[in-house]
Design a protein. Structure first.
Length: 351
């Protein structure tokens, strides 16, 4: 129990989400984003691929009005820094084309104006609204349309009672007359088309994330959790024979199995990852492959020559780490992509 509590603290999990199996399908946008920034095992492909360290997706909760959209963003952490907010809707292709539409297309007037408004009051028929974004769209194409709503959502984060949702209106460019049936957006689709449902996507920085710069002591919390869980056989490490215990400092496998921990019900990707760990001796003379610091070299000499009784042998520890990305359901079944710094040991050294 103590080990799992420490691991939950490491992953910034206040409460474990309920078992959501059988799981609903995660938004395809979030799956594609995970694949763009991470390898299959969750390790980051490179720095700077993700804006912020958390991406939260919220699905539309308004199931009655075709042109109203409401997103419950209460899952945001206290103090979480908003960087960008995107309102994503899927414009469907028009299935019926009238003669007038054909003529307008020939006249190059086949565009419509789409406007996104923020409701300023609650109720089923609110009157007060504020224009947030607008753009021109072709009447005859389909695909995702993305609106930047950062300023509006930032206000909602600061004052949740001001969140009354969005309204989308459409109008002919040449007449500027609002016409609701002009364009149709995917909304509350069935199981086959749920990947086209509207999304509010927030790119943020979690205030719980550690500094990205590597400091050897920063791995202490993680390695203490490793020590606990190795004894519980939750982590699968390579053999520990007497010969391996006196081998020179090097990197060894340490697989973290989310199913064994009991987290597979809410973590979407990956199913586990190789954290690796460092093992071996740092006896003098230290080889170049042991990535020893100058301080470790001096310490190994003092230790070998027994110049001081209080000096121990340098330690074999990670000296280069990569981040890990998790795609998961939160306790409200929103899909979240979070980047965790310093989770995979990519190199070991004597320190």
């Amino acid at each position: 129990a103590a080990a799992l509590q420490r691991l939950r603290r490491l992953f910034d999990i206040e409460e474990l989400p309920p078992d959501v199996l059988p799981r609903k399908r995660p938004p395809q946008f979030m799956v594609d984003l995970f694949n763009r920034v991470a390898d299959a095992d969750g390790t980051s492909r490179g720095p700077g691929l993700l804006q912020g360290n958390v991406v939260r997706s919220f699905e539309d909760r308004d199931h009655e009005d075709q042109y109203r959209f409401y997103f419950d963003i209460s899952a945001m952490e206290k103090g979480e820094e908003m960087l960008k907010a995107e309102f994503r809707v899927f414009k469907q292709k028009r299935t019926r084309v009238s003669r007038a539409d054909v003529m307008s297309r020939a006249d190059m007037r086949h565009f419509c104006k789409v406007e996104v408004y923020e409701f300023l009051e609650s109720g089923r028929k609110p009157q007060k609204k504020h224009l947030v974004a607008s753009r021109l769209l072709s009447l005859y194409t389909e695909g995702w349309v993305v609106f930047n709503v950062t300023q509006t959502v930032s206000k909602w984060v600061g004052n949740s009672s001001s969140n009354h949702g969005f309204l989308i209106t459409t109008a002919h460019v040449f007449s500027n007359r609002v016409e609701h049936n002009l364009v149709k957006f995917a909304k509350n689709q069935g199981a086959l088309q749920e990947s086209r449902n509207a999304l509010l996507v927030l790119f943020t920085n979690s205030n719980k994330q550690r500094s990205s710069s590597f400091v050897p002591s920063s791995t202490g919390k993680f390695m203490r959790a490793v020590a606990f869980l190795q004894n519980m056989n939750i982590f699968s490490a390579s053999g520990t024979s007497a010969k391996s215990q006196v081998a020179a400092c090097h990197r060894r496998e340490l697989y973290v199995d989310f199913h064994a921990i009991g987290w597979s019900g809410w973590i979407i990707y990956p199913s586990g990852y190789n954290a690796f760990h460092c093992r071996g001796s740092c006896f003098f003379p230290l080889a170049e492959s042991q990535n020893a610091t100058n301080h470790a070299t001096v310490q190994s000499i003092v230790y070998t020559l027994k110049l001081s009784q209080d000096i121990s042998m340098p330690c074999c520890v990670p000296d280069e780490l990569k981040s890990l990305n998790l795609l998961y359901f939160d306790d409200k079944q929103n899909v979240v992509l979070k980047n965790y710094k310093d989770m995979v040991a990519t190199r070991c050294g004597c320190h």
